[in-house]
Design a protein around this ligand. Structure first.
Ligand code: MG
Ligand code: ZN
Length: 241
């Protein structure tokens, strides 16, 4: 039986937020005020749809966006970690659950040759339409009250695991690697044998370090990281057990 590695993307695999990084393609590298102010909490995908429409209307083409996206830096130690996972394919399955979009993640992984490392990528589906605008849709609908309406990562994780069980695939444990507020919900699903690995100094770590009284209990162990190299050490320890 393998270990399942679950990766967030923005600020975890890459060291920035892809949705804000793309703004450097805009004229003067910024969005008009009225567009900036049009974001409504919980409706990020709709907001990004308007950003992509604006970029398209300004004549920003696919290759320009791709060039910007593939210049985004990887998080320290992440290249080493993904190479380590590739070398140990017999011990790990590996998925991404991200609130970015399929076009951005595809570009980044293919440009860096890491596409083969991940068994599956779960994210908001995106595509260029006939007029050259990038369009993005909500990943799914769900009834989790904690998460933005387009994506509950816990629902995605549970569905993935159910599916795997139906194919006869079980995991010895889950290791969840992330940084953000929307990584908390899936972490509450983890069990005693699992590991939550929040990035040091980011909001997931801050949430997990708060006293447990006012939030859902977290059963899993928590191991904080700053570099992917620290994650390698932890995984080496787990596969030696
Ligand atoms: Mg993130
Ligand atoms: Zn949720």
């Amino acid at each position: 039986m393998k270990i399942l590695l679950v990766f967030d993307f923005d600020h975890t695999v890459i060291d920035d937020n892809s949705d804000t990084w793309i703004v450097q393609c805009a004229p003067e590298k910024k969005l008009p005020i009225e567009l900036q102010e049009s974001y409504q909490k919980g409706f990020w995908t709709e907001f990004m749809g308007r950003v992509f429409k604006y970029l398209g209307d300004k004549g920003i083409r696919e290759d320009e966006m791709k060039r910007a996206m593939t210049s985004m830096p990887f998080t320290p130690g992440m290249v080493e970690l993904l190479n380590f996972v590739r070398k140990n394919r017999n011990k790990f399955d590996c998925i991404i659950i991200s609130d970015s979009n399929s076009v951005f993640i595809d570009w980044v992984l293919k440009a860096a040759n890491f596409h083969d490392v991940f068994d599956k990528v779960f994210t908001n589906p995106a595509a260029f339409d006939n007029s050259g605008h990038l369009t993005v849709e909500n990943y799914h609908t769900h009834s989790c009250t904690r998460c933005p309406k387009n994506l509950c990562k816990k629902v995605v994780l549970v569905e993935f695991l159910d599916n795997q069980v139906q194919q006869g695939v079980n995991y010895t444990r889950i290791v969840y690697i992330g940084d953000g507020g929307n990584d908390f919900c899936p972490v509450t699903f983890l069990k005693k044998n699992d590991f939550a690995m929040p990035r040091k100094g980011y909001s997931l770590q801050k949430t997990l370090s708060k006293t447990p009284q006012n939030r859902d209990p977290v059963e899993s162990s928590v191991v904080v990281w700053s570099s992917g190299v620290e994650i390698i050490s932890h995984l080496q320890f787990l596969i030696k057990e």
